[in-house]
Design a protein around this ligand. Structure first.
Ligand code: ZN
Length: 269
């Protein structure tokens, strides 16, 4: 019998973002198989983040502003943030469950998304958003408790909204914004800041837009951006013409171009 104790993390050592476990393995932000579906130039610079602060009363309080562009393409980026068990276990299962749906959307095929497809896709988007935020660590806003809960139950955390749409613009990769939010009535203090993040994924024919926040005010306001061309898939709404829990015939959606994207991610408030 071995007297060896289980391996303990050293102080300050990074652990799995989802479960706190070790050892860590490298995880692609965007799964490697997508590169076989989407051809891209590896030299593309594609990493813009904005770290800023706003109020919920639509007045903008710019406290920090940090734009950065990194070399290398984010589609090929790997991060050392998840453990072997998560990577090869539940994360791998979510990847496999969505591969054929994602491929069809990326290639803009004439398919109809059924409710079950939408549920699988939603889980994949939540997982991928949580991983991708670690590429923009300074503007990271999703609380670690959301990651831990998602690993346990695969349920989308409270106050997330997710839209998908057809895309024919020039972007490829993803774009992350992290905001600090305060209610306009409350004096600024480090203790009354809420968080908001938006993540936009550009995967050839597919655009995904995600927002999450712990600010109830922002969550309620954040409704209008997706109603014209994007289909909101989380939370699903019943009894609506444009947003539905009914199947989505993919090619019935209008196509989003780069001008629409500018409105989407540059003029959020
Ligand atoms: Zn883990």
């Amino acid at each position: 019998m071995s007297n060896k104790l289980p391996k303990q993390p050293k102080v300050g050592q990074r652990k799995c973002i989802f479960c706190g476990g070790l050892p860590l393995t490298k995880e692609h932000i965007i799964p490697d198989w997508i590169k076989a579906v989407i051809p891209f130039d590896n030299q593309t610079k594609n990493n813009l983040s904005v770290h800023t602060s706003i109020s919920t009363s639509n007045e903008v309080y710019l406290i920090e502003n940090d734009y950065k562009v990194k070399n290398g393409h984010r589609l090929s980026k790997k991060l050392l943030i998840v453990c072997r068990d998560c990577n090869g276990g539940w994360m791998s299962m979510l990847q496999k469950a969505t591969k054929s749906i994602l491929s069809s959307l990326i290639l803009d095929e004439d398919i109809t998304l059924q409710t079950d497809d939408i549920l699988k896709l939603t889980k994949w988007i939540v997982m991928t958003t949580m991983v991708a935020e670690y590429d923009d660590i300074k503007a990271k806003k999703i609380p670690i408790s959301d990651l831990r809960e998602f690993r346990e139950n695969h349920q989308t955390p409270a106050r997330w909204k997710i839209w998908i749409g057809r895309y024919n613009g020039s972007r490829l990769g993803f774009h992350h914004n992290g905001f600090r939010v305060r209610n306009g009535c409350v004096p600024y203090s480090i203790n009354n800041i809420d968080n908001l993040q938006t993540s936009t994924f550009f995967l050839s024919g597919l655009i995904i837009f995600v927002m999450s926040t712990n600010s109830i005010g922002v969550y309620r306001e954040y409704n209008n951006i997706g109603t014209i061309k994007l289909a909101r898939i989380y939370p699903m709404l019943k009894n609506s013409d444009s947003i539905t829990d009914k199947p989505i015939p993919w090619q019935s959606l209008k196509v989003v171009d780069d001008t629409d994207v500018e409105h989407l991610i540059a003029n959020i408030f």
